[in-house]
Design a binder for this molecule. Structure first.
Ligand SMILES: *Cc1c(COP(=O)(O)O)cnc(C)c1O
Length: 342
């Protein structure tokens, strides 16, 4: 049978578990980890990562949409849905991003109230807290959690601390209002990797679980291991004479005779097109020659398979972006498989 050429993604189980272990050391237990699986698990593969996380013992998941929750809910005790219309479902909790959300939600739905403590993206204003709690009661919603999100936990500043202070105030007021069994959570990866003590119920960990510590080098940093690597297969090879050019616009010009090959990856697969005058160089030292096409790149190589990326943070530096964007952009069509490797 014809075997379609296709780039592939390998997911390193040991590296993923190493990262989850490091997070669990910070929180004190695996039970308090909620794995963030939005956007195809940051491009790593929703179902695959959900399965691995569940096998590791992770009990809670966070996604963006209900459709994502439906694919993985069998594996977790709770699934927090960050931004979708709310339905009544035992395992699901829905983030309330505004006062309007409360009015539009039917009785009995599980909700987690997001409070804006300074990021000014989603969540009710801190001054609206009492009103929100009252409306949640009146509307008959089940308040399962109260959360906030920090805007600069990964920056060398004291900003995180005033936001945390505000959230402490929120917690007191929620308890005082008579909500007893509410889970409180505010930490993302940068926060849990930064703080020395953890006293909340849950940490919402995304990028750290996938192997990237985004804290500046100045911090005493926990070593994490990239989970994803991206591999390409050779499509065709040719000899270039000195002076011949490669690809659209002929941006690359061979200064000497060379053997080049195309490989099955392009911006159609979610690989960043970048700039041909500052070409991407793989970790094994292969430079992308000329422009990235929709489905192909050209490298000076005749190897059958090449690893284009094994560290999205390093790749992101070259491409002028962040690890999150590099992995999340990778097409869902690229086959993903698990590898076992220390
Ligand atoms: C995406 C997201 C996270 C995870 O952030 P990381 O930096 O990847 O750990 C946590 N909380 C919320 C609300 C998010 O949207």
């Amino acid at each position: 049978m014809y075997n379609a050429l296709m780039a592939s993604i390998k997911i390193n189980r040991q590296h993923f578990y190493h990262n989850l272990n490091q997070i669990a050391l910070q929180t004190g237990s695996v039970e308090s980890i909620a794995i963030v699986l939005k956007d195809n698990a940051y491009g790593h593969g929703l179902k695959l990562i959900a399965k691995l996380a569940s096998e590791f013992g992770v009990k809670h998941a966070v996604v963006s949409k209900t459709s994502e929750a439906r694919e993985i809910d069998g594996l977790f005790e709770t699934v927090l849905i960050l931004c979708d219309s709310m339905v009544k479902e035992e395992k699901y909790t829905f983030a309330i991003n505004s006062l309007d959300d409360i009015a539009h939600t039917q009785k009995g739905v599980n909700v987690e109230l997001k409070v804006d403590t300074g990021m000014h993206r989603n969540g009710i204003h801190i001054d609206e807290l009492d009103e929100a709690l009252l409306r949640i009661k009146e509307q008959g919603l089940t308040l399962k959690g109260v959360m906030t999100h920090y805007r600069s936990a990964d920056e060398l500043s004291s900003e995180l601390f005033w936001q945390q202070k505000r959230f402490d105030e929120v917690k007191k007021r929620v308890v005082k209002a008579g909500f007893a069994s509410v889970r409180f959570h505010s930490h993302n990866s940068a926060t849990i990797l930064r703080v020395k003590s953890f006293t909340e119920d849950l940490v919402r960990v995304g990028i750290g679980a996938y192997g990237y510590n985004e804290l500046p080098k100045a911090y005493d940093r926990v070593l994490l291991k990239p989970v994803l690597s991206l591999h390409v297969k050779r499509v065709a090879s040719r000899h270039l004479k000195a002076g011949e050019r490669v690809g659209y616009g002929g941006d690359f010009r061979a200064s000497k005779p060379m053997l080049v090959s195309t490989y099955d990856l392009g911006y159609g697969d979610g690989w960043c097109r970048g700039q041909s005058h500052t070409p991407y160089i793989t970790e094994d030292g292969f430079k992308i020659l000329g422009r990235v096409s929709m489905d192909f790149i050209t490298l000076e190589s005749k190897e059958e398979e090449i690893c284009v990326m094994r560290d999205a943070q390093k790749a992101a530096k070259q491409l002028g972006t962040i690890s999150y964007e590099v992995t999340t952009a990778l097409s869902t069509e690229i086959p993903r498989s698990i590898i076992e490797q220390k």
